[in-house]
Design a protein around this ligand. Structure first.
Ligand code: C5P
Length: 311
């Protein structure tokens, strides 16, 4: 006898914070943000298969650095959804990683978003989009954006999203480091060296205008990340990565989110390859990738029928 098991595969994108304005630490430990997210074409792929022995496997570069215990955000997503929907979390998840681990590009959040969408499809929970966004926000500040993708302004912890007008396509060269940075540690360093200003931060106006007009040069000039000084304090060698990318003609360079990935905006896809090659040649990144944005959020890329049993 063999049993037919549907396997659902969902992919979710990485993000770059084109602008990240950070306010003073709040009583709950979080910082109020005004960020402009762009989803880019590096993806996490999550395959969910029904299983009596729930668990998690991981493949791809840096897979060995991803926890496979109950702290894994994708597993937590499956459990949270199961609890909300009143079903048993009898699922095996496989993560195929395409986003740098602990790189400031929300790879773990993309895993959680993809797991939510995959398990939702598998279990037919009938959750609304808003309910999935709420569950996403419980899991992490960047998870709701990985669900929606494209370009959006994030407020609050970064989880309150509103769509942002953006024209054109943007090409990026990404300088990746083997050694990741811890997001809480970067925020703590931010508290020590800058502290942030009181009140609600606002998204950068020049950046919003540049995105509306679809002008990559103006977008490049307006890229801004308040966490960058803290990331550079913890990883001073990133300064060289930024300089090399700039000297290779990037329109703008910055540390992505809490780092350590360096994102360099290029003039074209071909120019992104040139900037990436310059980072490799100068030995200022352990790995490089090229990506384009904006792209869509978490979506189903396949569902197949696997066979289990003695046959
Ligand atoms: O929400 P998430 O779990 O991704 O956040 C990871 C950590 O980053 C938090 O525990 C907090 O230390 C820090 N953080 C913050 N302010 C934010 C978002 C994250 O201080 N708006």
């Amino acid at each position: 006898m063999s049993r037919s098991l549907p396997a659902v595969c969902v992919r979710a994108p990485a993000k770059i914070n084109l602008g990240l304005a950070v306010g003073r630490r709040q009583a709950d430990g979080y910082h109020p943000l005004a960020t402009v997210f762009q989803a880019v074409s590096l993806y996490e792929e999550v395959t969910a298969t029904p299983s009596d022995e729930p668990g998690l496997t991981v493949s791809g570069p840096q897979a060995e650095r991803v926890p496979t215990d109950s702290s894994n955000l994708a597993l937590r997503a499956a459990h949270l959804l199961a609890e909300a929907a009143g079903v048993e979390p009898e699922v095996h998840l496989h993560l195929a990683k395409g986003v740098p681990v602990a790189g400031g590009m929300a790879g773990g959040s993309a895993d959680a978003a993809a797991a939510l969408v995959a398990c939702d499809a598998l279990w037919g929970t009938g959750m609304s989009r808003d309910q999935l966004l709420e569950l996403g926000a419980e899991l992490g500040s960047d998870v709701p954006f990985a669900l929606v993708g494209q370009t959006a302004v994030g407020r609050g912890r970064g989880h309150l999203l509103s769509p942002a007008m953006s024209r054109g396509e943007y090409h990026w060269a990404l300088g990746i480091q083997e050694q990741g940075l811890s997001t809480p540690q970067v925020y703590r360093t931010f508290d020590e060296i800058l502290g942030g200003v009181d009140g609600e931060p606002e998204p950068d106006r020049a950046l919003m205008q540049a995105l509306r007009s679809g002008d990559p040069e103006a977008v490049g000039a307006a890229l801004v990340n308040d966490l960058q000084p803290a990331a550079l304090e913890l990883a001073p060698h990133l300064v060289e990565t930024l300089v090399v990318a700039e000297e290779a003609g990037a329109l703008g360079v910055l540390v992505s989110g809490s780092g350590p990935t360096v994102a360099a905006l290029a003039r074209s896809q071909q120019h992104a390859t040139t900037v990436a090659a310059a980072m490799t040649a100068a030995g200022v990144a352990d790995d490089v990738r090229c990506a384009a944005g904006p792209v869509g959020g978490a979506r189903l890329v396949g569902s197949s029928v696997a066979h289990e049993g003695k046959g």
